[in-house]
Design a protein around this ligand. Structure first.
Ligand SMILES: [Zn+2]
Length: 63
């Protein structure tokens, strides 16, 4: 199952988006993007929370 994440959904004016298999790597990519492009060093936990707050279920990949 894939998950589409768009940076603009997280409050940035940015066209970055990821659309791939739900996995920890997907969350890491978004986290790394926030850090590299926007200079915000979110924790994995914070990014996971942001994604679930958008209504996406991450149950299947939670450790
Ligand atoms: Zn962005």
């Amino acid at each position: 199952m894939t998950l589409k994440l768009r940076c603009e959904d997280y409050g940035f004016e940015c066209e970055f988006e990821i659309d791939e298999e739900k996995s920890i790597a997907l969350i890491e990519k978004l986290r790394n993007h926030f850090e590299e492009e926007h200079g915000i060093d979110y924790t994995m936990g914070a990014v996971t929370q942001m994604i679930t707050n958008r209504g996406h279920s991450l149950e299947s990949i939670k450790k």
